[in-house]
Design a protein around this ligand. Structure first.
Ligand SMILES: NC(=O)c1ccc[n+]([C@@H]2O[C@H](COP(=O)([O-])OP(=O)(O)OC[C@H]3O[C@@H](n4cnc5c(N)ncnc54)[C@H](O)[C@@H]3O)[C@@H](O)[C@H]2O)c1
Length: 261
């Protein structure tokens, strides 16, 4: 299936995670389709990734930005559009399950919202004039935590709930610009971040086996490649009548009957 994404400029926030992270994997899938990723991240690792992609013969741009500030969000879009003159897709991916619960302060909670939700609005607002011109789609990365809870992570849960609400709100508001807006709801995906979270348990291997045993399809975690494949499809014109959806790429984790599975 030709996704027809060649030469399209697509921004990925938090796109310079460690190899095997979701953002970095999305970036690699974008170049595999012949499209051009704008990697926005506060970590200079993004510069190395940009260079690596150029060395492999791909076009790519790294923009260093702290997306917890309004200036960082604006600058990221300005640098990308200043460079390419256009933007044809946006993946709001940046998010960190920072474990801000009732032990945290008022400021901790607000900062968690800044890290996990507020930049979705600020980056999208800055990108809108360009997305309107290209009818460029938006993908918001959400989490099952918004729907199931997790415990001890009020900030992240509230933020991811907000991400789902904004997906519906924007899909409705932006329909007249032919901008499609969809959310990818992730449950358990094996990433470097997930691995370091597991290490906090006394027996990480036992905890992993316990989690995996509850994933209905094939009793395994979702790979970042599987997430990226669905994201690229939703970014493409092949998904031309899909908008406002919460797409659960999770091996049935969230919806299938646990009593049977
Ligand atoms: N792995 C899972 O099972 C899972 C489950 C549910 C949701 N998710 C979601 O998937 C998305 C990606 O997760 P991941 O594990 O690939 O992320 P990650 O933690 O590996 O990468 C996060 C990236 O964001 C960057 N970053 C952090 N703070 C920043 C800031 N202030 N400004 C700019 N960049 C900043 C980091 O430098 C890093 O490169 C997140 O939204 C996460 O909530 C993952």
């Amino acid at each position: 299936m030709d996704l027809n994404l060649k030469d399209k400029v697509i921004m990925v926030t938090g796109g310079a995670g460690l190899p095997g992270s979701i953002g970095e994997t999305i970036v690699r899938h974008i170049v595999a389709e012949g499209a051009i990723p704008v990697i926005v991240d506060k970590h200079t690792r993004g510069k190395k990734l940009e260079q690596e992609l150029w060395d492999e013969g791909h076009n790519a741009l790294f923009v260093e930005a702290d997306l917890t500030t309004p200036k960082g969000c604006r600058n990221a879009v300005e640098q990308a559009t200043g460079h390419y003159g256009r933007l044809e897709g946006l993946v709001n991916n940046l998010g960190v399950n920072d474990g801000v619960g009732f032990d945290g302060s008022y400021d901790d909670f607000v900062n968690s919202l800044k890290l996990n939700l507020v930049h979705f609005f600020a980056v999208t607002k800055a990108a809108l004039p360009y997305l309107r011109k290209s009818s460029g789609p938006i993908i918001n990365i959400a989490s099952k935590v918004a729907l199931t809870g997790q415990g001890k992570t009020s900030g992240y849960a509230a933020a991811k709930g907000g991400v789902l609400a904004l997906t519906r709100e924007w899909a409705l508001e932006l329909r007249e610009d032919d901008i499609r807006v969809n959310a990818i709801v992730i449950a358990e995906s094996w990433t470097p971040g997930y691995e370091s979270w597991l290490k906090k348990f006394d027996d990480p291997e036992a905890k992993k086996n316990e989690i995996v045993s509850k994933i209905p399809l094939q009793k395994r975690m979702t790979t970042p490649d599987e997430l990226a494949d669905t994201i690229l499809f939703l970014l493409s014109e092949r998904a031309s009548h899909t908008t406002g959806q919460f797409v659960h790429v999770d091996g049935g984790y969230r919806h299938l009957d646990r009593a049977i599975t």
